[in-house]
Ligand binder design. Structure first.
Ligand SMILES: *Cc1c(COP(=O)(O)O)cnc(C)c1O
Length: 230
């Protein structure tokens, strides 16, 4: 089932790219495996998918120990400062940097290990109360501040669009995100890359791709519904 689901998602990615004349090679599928057992990731690995998203530091650590070391782990959940040290050496990309204070902690821990942290800045495009992330207006200023940290490389932006039954309602947020990343890119800030745009989930990844996503984070569409009351 998992392999069929991945194939289906990949077909949808290709179709969305074809629709707007993009090369599917520009889009990375992140299989969001949070709450799911490592055996399901072992199954997914047979598809060749190597990018997996988790929202808990502990879960990344547990799965990192068990699973092949060529997996690229993406931290996509809210990150507490006291947990940063457990990500060093294990995480390909931290998608959820939402404050200079958090970046300070990342700088400190990665400097200690003499490593570079690849990060995205999380933007709360719809300004939903329930979500983390900075506002679009604050983004350039925060990118400039974080760009000063020598052990951090900003690779782009991430957003979590509102939950919706109709993906078209999120198109405007995705379009504004793309515009924000283009605007910041034009400023040519030292040490800042805007090549990654992480947006789109099971309900809306095709629309996100049409609007310029370079990473989509798909959980339910690959591994099925999550059960949080185990
Ligand atoms: C859980 C989660 C996803 C995946 O959501 P689905 O709707 O299951 O595809 C994507 N991004 C983030 C940040 C998440 O927390």
């Amino acid at each position: 089932m998992i392999l069929e689901n991945i194939k289906h998602v990949e077909e949808n990615i290709n179709a969305a790219c074809a629709k707007v004349g993009r090369d599917p090679a520009e889009v990375t599928l992140i299989a969001v495996s949070k709450t799911k057992p490592y055996t399901m990731i072992e199954e997914a690995l047979k598809s060749g998918t190597l990018d997996y998203g988790e929202n808990k530091v502990q879960e990344i650590n547990d799965k990192y120990e068990i699973l092949p070391k060529n997996i690229r782990w993406h931290m996509i959940g809210h990150l507490q400062r006291n947990k940063v040290k457990y990500l060093v050496g294990k995480t390909a990309l931290i998608h959820s940097v939402d404050s200079v204070r958090l970046a300070e902690q990342i700088e400190k821990e990665y400097a200690k290990a003499d490593e570079i942290a690849n990060i995205l800045i999380e933007v709360n495009m719809a300004e939903e109360e329930s979500k983390f992330g900075i506002t679009a207006k604050e983004t350039e200023e925060i990118v400039r501040e974080i760009s000063q940290f020598p052990h951090i490389r900003i690779q782009g932006l991430m957003t979590i669009a509102p939950y919706t039954e109709n993906p078209e309602t999120n198109r405007g947020y995705f379009r504004n995100m793309k515009q924000l990343s283009v605007d910041i890119s034009k400023k040519n800030i030292d040490n800042v890359n805007m090549s990654v745009l992480s947006m789109g989930m099971t309900g809306d990844y095709q629309v996100a791709i049409e609007e310029g996503a370079t990473m989509v984070r798909v959980g339910t569409g690959i591994f099925g519904e999550r059960n949080y009351n185990k």
